[in-house]
Design a protein around this ligand. Structure first.
Ligand SMILES: *Cc1c(COP(=O)(O)O)cnc(C)c1O
Length: 424
């Protein structure tokens, strides 16, 4: 392979048709942000959308629910229509609501119906802890012991989950399968259409956690036939800390009574009739609970515009080039320094970040931060580096690896303790 160089990085940046989007973001001087998969950066559009919302509160008070430029009563549905293309859904199949975890609770409360011998939930042992907590608590609410009723597919190597292992675990005792689209550590993309088809052959409902794929790649949830999906909007979608999450319910399930009911799940025409018998909406909006977190969804109105302009296809193409460039540089520059690239190398199986493992990962991350590079440490020895296609450049990637090499050559990480901070 030809040596990869800074000149090449600059040339790739010159040719990059998405390069102007970087100007839309607040990028701190002297820093290289490689953590867009944990919390995306703030864009000017997101900021303007939030300010606009604050102004409507200032100007209209209560009348902002139905008046002003962006009536709050309809904001979740307005944003859902904009969000639907991100996951390959019809507008009515998506609702911007809740958080990843609360949306998973809603899905299980609604669709997990243990019956006869179909009483188990299938997940994987590398899943994000919050998803597992939600699944276990939902089992416990039905009086089912998680030790017996949570089937957890094992990883062969501690990083990847083989689709064939998931499919082998799809017994006729499984009622629902909950899996990630992209594994949060190794960045492995699961084959969602194949898993959906296999689940349905076994009479299993299947749903995906899209936290690490939404905004990073395209999805076709409707056509794949997935039953449901849920995600956050503060990672690649840059909605801001705690921004409102998303929920997809395939239209074939419309009309299913919400397991966790609340008045914002009502048919909007009927909501203010104030009846004690709920008339639920007949679309994904039925699975909203209380008053929408309007201020936490406002930035999305601006942020989603940027994605619509850039196009997910172009973003994914650039993202794959960025992570390829990074892996090549790791191989070229860091050989002999004890790193292992633990994400899948194939384009089709690789999400939006590179995942390195190193025994000294915690303090290497501290040393990177001291040099202005913001990585994402995952205990005990993972370093996630996410070059975001909307605002990172090839030069950022080159610089990140150059600085990492300097830290290793000079053993600068030894100045730090090898332990994690409270948020890591
Ligand atoms: C980020 C993330 C979460 C976070 O859940 P919240 O309810 O948004 O706090 C859950 N699952 C996965 C896979 C994640 O990556």
């Amino acid at each position: 392979m030809a040596k990869r160089t800074m000149e090449e990085a600059r040339e790739l940046d010159r040719q990059d048709s998405l390069k102007d989007f970087r100007e839309e973001f607040y990028i701190q001087p002297e820093t290289i942000y490689m953590d867009g998969n944990s919390l995306g950066l703030m864009s000017r559009r997101a900021e303007q959308a939030l300010i606009g919302l604050m102004d409507s509160w200032k100007a209209h008070g209560i009348n902002g629910w139905t008046g002003g430029d962006r009536p709050w009563f309809y904001l979740p549905e307005e944003l859902s229509a904009k969000m639907a293309p991100f996951v390959g859904a019809k507008a009515e199949e998506v609702i911007v609501t809740g958080s990843t975890t609360s949306n998973l609770h809603q899905i299980l409360a609604t669709f997990f119906r243990p019956e006869g011998k179909k009483t188990k939930i299938l997940a994987d042992e590398l899943n994000f802890p919050s998803d597992i907590y939600a699944i276990k608590s939902q089992l416990e609410l039905r009086g089912l012991d998680p030790e017996l009723h949570l089937v957890s597919v094992k990883s062969r190597d501690g990083h990847l989950i083989e689709e064939e292992d998931i499919i082998s675990a799809m017994s006729d005792e499984i009622a629902v399968a909950i899996l990630p689209s992209v594994l949060y550590r190794s960045g492995q993309v699961l084959n969602m259409p194949a898993l959906t088809e296999a689940a349905h052959r076994h009479g299993i409902l299947i749903g995906f956690d899209l936290c690490h794929s939404v905004g990073a790649m395209e999805h076709d949830l409707h056509d794949w036939g997935a039953d449901f999906a849920f995600w956050c909007t503060y990672k690649y979608l840059n909605g801001g800390p705690g921004s409102t999450g998303g929920l997809f319910i395939h239209e074939r399930h419309f009309g299913a009574a919400p397991g966790l009911a609340g008045w914002f799940g009502s048919d909007k025409e009927k909501q203010f009739d104030m009846e004690h018998d709920m008339t639920a909406a007949v679309h994904a909006g039925a699975y909203q609970v209380g008053t929408p977190n309007i201020l936490s969804m406002a930035p999305l109105a601006g942020s989603l515009e940027l994605f619509a302009e850039a196009g997910l296809g172009r973003l994914r193409e650039k993202s794959l080039k960025l992570t390829r460039f990074m892996m090549d540089l790791v191989d070229q520059e860091l050989d002999g320094h004890g790193f292992r690239v633990a994400n899948p190398r194939e384009d089709g199986r690789r999400g939006g970040h590179v995942y390195l493992e190193h025994e000294e990962a915690a303090r290497i991350c501290s040393a990177l931060k001291a040099e202005g590079v913001i990585p994402d440490f995952r205990a005990p020895k993972g370093i996630r580096l996410a070059p975001a296609a909307l605002y990172n450049s090839f030069e950022d990637v080159y610089e990140t690896i150059r600085i990492l090499k300097k830290i290793m050559d000079e053993e600068a990480y030894k100045k730090f303790e090898n332990k994690r901070g409270i948020v890591a």
